[in-house]
Design a protein around this ligand. Sequence first.
Ligand SMILES: [Zn+2]
Length: 322
Amino acid sequence: MMRVIKGAMHRLVARTLALATSSFLLNPSDKEAEPCQEFEGLRVETEEGNQTMKYSNINLKTPFAFSFFLFSSLILSAYSQSESEDHEFNYDEASGRGPSRWGLLKPESKNCSIGRQQSPINIEAVQVRSELGDLQRNYVSAPAVLRNNTEYAAVVWLGNAGSITINGTVYTVDNCHWHSPAEHTLNGIRYPLEIHIVHTSDQNQTAVVAILYRYGSPDPFIDRLFGSLKTLKTKDRPLGPVNPESIKFPGRNYYRYKGSLTTPSCSEGVVWKVFQQVKTVSHSQVDALKHVLPPQNRNNARPTQPLNGRPVLLYDPPTSGN
Ligand SMILES: [Zn+2]
């Protein structure tokens, strides 16, 4: 969300520090390192972000020089990581940065490899629970933008667009975004599209509501964004006030389980609610959602993850169908 600001600060800090530290760098041939290559966890990028300066052989002549260099490196490292973290992974296994390697890309993402409660999952055997209750939601209209973060297209709310409540915890809606094909599968069936409506509590817990789509009639919510979507680049498009309720949740029944974010860091403890009823979307809508993304992210579904004994509950109200 703060990428633009971070990017500008990063460039400013990078420019200043590149100038300041360049006098300490003694071996020009070391500049021919791979782009974004990391050296023992510290990274130095030039303004263009395409040259890395190796400083393992730096001759640090004075304590002041060493202190300044260390301090500069730490600041720059922090900015570099915060700006680039979202783009260090993709969905193309051939790139070496695809889903099977996400957990190896950085320490903070290790859950992608070793986590035991990961998402998405194949939803198959379920425990029916009529007492779970309808999804309690209290959405309102708030200004939103359409954003392309290169991993997916998203509607991001800039104001408070309301919340859902699960077991007494209030989760405020943050964004909704699309994965194509769908990430969750139902009895092994993978649908062409899935929307994630992401909510966060005051304690920074995450709850995601998911809806699956099969091909059919166009989806009215996507239809409203369609004009902006087709030409969406990396600059946010203002959408005016958007009420999350206009996504139109299908029916009352939902699956619930405990999982993770489906992108790095793959953090766990995420409450998932996946609606049982599947909605429809047109081919051209799915195509538009895919084609604003770079080729390596056009199939932005993480493979399903082992259940590892987790229960999947199905809310099926007794009055369903009446
Ligand atoms: Zn998602």
